[in-house]
Design a protein around this ligand. Structure first.
Ligand code: ATP
Ligand code: MG
Length: 504
């Protein structure tokens, strides 16, 4: 299965953007090659060229020293290449096994032998250590599970060159371990692997070599990554030094602004109680599936509560729908911004203004376009959203820049009182994370009560004034900033059996 891969002087221009500019590097057989760079640096574009979705304007790809030109995704697949894209491609109404065998269904005698297909899939999934029901419809699965299906699909094809674009951004800890094992097995089998991630820890854990992009250009390739300090990579990516990306600043806290009492719902295993003070940032940590997003959906009126009350500034309020929440000044920026948030055909400016534009109605009738443009430009600048202009359609932005635009939508609301952010920095590069934390601190300084859900423990520890830990559908405990450490938080988050196993 051995293969080597070479990119030779690849260039690609989109209207108004030079996405790739003379990019050359090698990926050796039996190597995991990390690809890093800021949002919009050109990483996904390179993988789309490898996957036959885009054609390069200049340069070429070589596999085992031979030039290959992929006019289509099918041509790339036929050459033994598997690209797992950042935006998942799946058919929601098919089952896991149907999705996995798409285009390759056992077809003896001209019809689909469903039971043979299922058996095959079940065996292969078990061999890979992936726990998925072959009969489940994709739409019923979590994003993480859909991602696993996508990865398994590539592996079932026995590809020689495998490229993964931010595969772990929605995987749980355990699923990530399964994935890493798969990647290591493929590496031992001498395949050529490319791995894109914004998570530095993963890059060091998994990759042998690493190439850094900035603004479509290759800044550096490190063949022996283990010898390169982190600061060097950050400096190469963002072109400046960032000494402390969290840059935490303490601030005075006011009265309890937002309180949840005895809240009950289907997704919770015990009633939930918590409060957030004016100016306070409360981090919600838990393993994937601990119930953090579900709890916030109840709070926000997106799911139906069974019981419980919500108080704003000491007064009970009714939140029966998300519209009602927003009218009270409570917003939630969802985790799955792609599915819940983005209006793909609209422009960046329209996406940013979608929620707050009702404030910009002149005499209640005409949209104040100037105000909208100002808001859009302010956030494009503030979060460094990489786009030729505010009029660009959002679907042409890179994954991380779309995330920033959708996040801006919630931050652009005037009169915010309570801001709930679900994984606000998922898929966002180190430099832009820094800017997002600053926006969060500014909101807190204005007196907002902030809830930040995050699966990245260093981020929760770095930004929060207090940390609430959830486990298996309930609040397991909380820690003030001064007492929170990786260990103290994890011991609350892990199911008891795992804690014991870890201690042993
Ligand atoms: N189809 C397209 N049309 C116009 N511009 C595009 C298109 N695809 C990508 N771009 C632009 O090319 C640049 C590189 O985008 P790309 O998706 O490769 O970035 P990336 O490094 O993967 O970023 P991220 O970390 O955010 O995923 C961006 O400025 C993006 O807006
Ligand atoms: Mg990308």
């Amino acid at each position: 299965m051995s293969a080597t891969l070479r990119f030779d002087n690849i260039g690609k221009v989109f209207p108004g953007v030079r996405a790739l500019d003379g990019v050359s590097f090698d990926v050796n057989a039996g190597e995991v090659h990390g690809l890093m760079g800021e949002n919009g640096a050109g990483k996904s574009t390179l993988l789309k060229i490898l996957g036959g979705e885009y054609q390069p304007d200049s340069g070429c790809v070589l596999i085992d020293e031979k030039e290959v030109h992929f006019g289509s995704a099918a041509a790339s697949i036929a050459s033994g290449v598997a690209v797992i894209h950042q935006e998942l491609q799946y058919v929601p109404d098919l089952t896991v096994s149907e999705n996995l065998l798409l285009g390759a269904l056992p077809n003896r005698l001209g019809w689909v032998n469903k039971s043979a297909a299922k058996k095959h899939v079940r065996e292969r999934l078990a061999a890979m250590g992936v726990d998925l029901d072959p009969n489940a419809k994709l739409r019923k699965l979590s994003i993480a599970q859909r991602q696993m299906v996508e990865i398994c699909k590539a592996l079932l094809r026995n590809a020689r060159v495998i490229a993964l674009d931010e595969p772990t951004s929605s995987l749980s800890h355990r699923e990530t371990e399964v994935l890493f094992k798969l990647v290591r097995d493929l590496k031992a089998d001498k395949r050529a692997l490319i791995y894109i991630s914004h998570r530095m820890d993963e890059i060091y854990e998994l990759c042998d070599a690493c190439t850094i992009f900035r603004d479509g250009r290759k800044i550096a390739s490190h063949t022996r990554l283990a010898e390169v300090p982190r600061d060097t990579l950050v400096q190469e990516m963002v072109g400046r030094e960032i000494s402390d990306i969290y840059n935490y600043r303490a601030r005075p806290l006011g009265d309890v602004r937002f309180a949840v009492k005895n809240l009950q719902g289907d997704a919770l295993s015990a009633p939930a109680n918590f409060g957030v003070r004016r100016g306070e940032i409360v981090g919600f940590f838990g393993l994937v599936g601990a119930g953090r997003s579900e709890l916030m959906h109840l709070v926000y009126g997106a799911d139906k509560k069974k019981d419980g009350t919500i108080q704003l500034d000491g007064q009970p309020i009714k939140v029966r729908s998300t519209g009602e929440a927003i009218r009270h000044g409570i917003v939630l920026c969802p985790e799955d911004r792609k599915e819940e948030g983005i209006v793909a055909m609209a422009t960046v400016a329209e996406n940013i203004n979608i929620s707050c534009r009702r404030h910009y109605l002149r005499a209640g009738l005409f949209l104040d376009r100037k105000k909208e443009a100002q808001t859009a430009d302010r956030f494009i600048q503030l979060l460094k959203i990489k786009t030729p202009s505010r009029r660009q359609r959002i679907r042409f932005l890179s994954g991380g820049n779309q995330q920033k635009a959708i996040l801006s939508r919630w931050l652009a609301e005037p009169d915010l009182k309570v801001v709930i952010l679900d994984e606000p920095t998922r898929g966002i590069d180190v430099g832009a994370k820094h800017e997002i934390y600053n926006v969060i601190y500014q909101l807190a300084e204005r007196g907002c009560a902030i809830v930040m859900i995050s699966s990245e423990l260093p981020e929760v520890l770095g930004v929060s004034d207090r940390i609430v830990v959830m486990r298996q559908g309930r609040i397991a405990g909380e820690l003030p900033r001064g007492q929170a450490s990786e260990q103290s938080v994890l011991s609350l988050a892990l199911p008891q059996a795992e804690t014991v196993a870890q201690a042993a």
